[in-house]
Design a protein around this ligand. Sequence first.
Ligand code: CDP
Length: 218
Amino acid sequence: MKIAVDGPAGAGKSTISKILAGKLKINYLDTGAMYRAATYLTLVKKIALEDSSAIINAVKDCDIDFIDNEIFLNGNNVSEQIRSPEVNKAVAVISRIPEIRDIMVAKQKKIAEKSSVIMDGRDITTIVMPDADYKFYLDAPIDIRAERRFEELKAKGSLVDMEELKGDIAKRDFEDKNRETGPLVVAGDANVIDTSGLSIDEVTERMLNIIVKKVNRL
Ligand code: CDP
């Protein structure tokens, strides 16, 4: 079974995808974490964000692996580091480089071939798994998504400025939707769910209903 989930930042994709993976007993792949790991590598190596060829070379030579939903870069667990504000700000610059997308998409397609999986990201319904059994696009207005991200960060003990956070998310959304390669778009055959006013459980339930309905029809 292949499930593809796309949508902008803070729509609830990764939390819900993880829960669905558990309920359906399939693997979960957080493709955003892969672009974040590439970005973290670029920052640690102090490569200029304009130097696409150096970024491509560094990313080509690195190992990105997942073990129990934790992400490892060249053998080191970087699950925490990839969520830093510096990575948040730079990730859309790295993820618009076509060669970087080719590297990531190839890895993701290989994983999709091997196993039943739910993947979330920006181009999963369109490029990575255009043939997915189920496609979802989760969305919510920017104010709600920023509020959720704010609460997430607060729970982790980091207090950020709400207006700055909202500005950063809006900028990243714009960059993700307007890049030439693999932009975030609503696939024609995706189930679009506006998650505003819905709890995590309610969204999960809606998605499960769609999946069960289709399974029963087969
Ligand atoms: O968790 P959040 O929604 O903030 O973002 P994420 O899913 O971790 O993705 C971080 C960034 O990686 C996005 O803003 C995109 O720039 C990039 N990304 C992408 O280009 N393609 C994907 N399939 C997944 C993420």
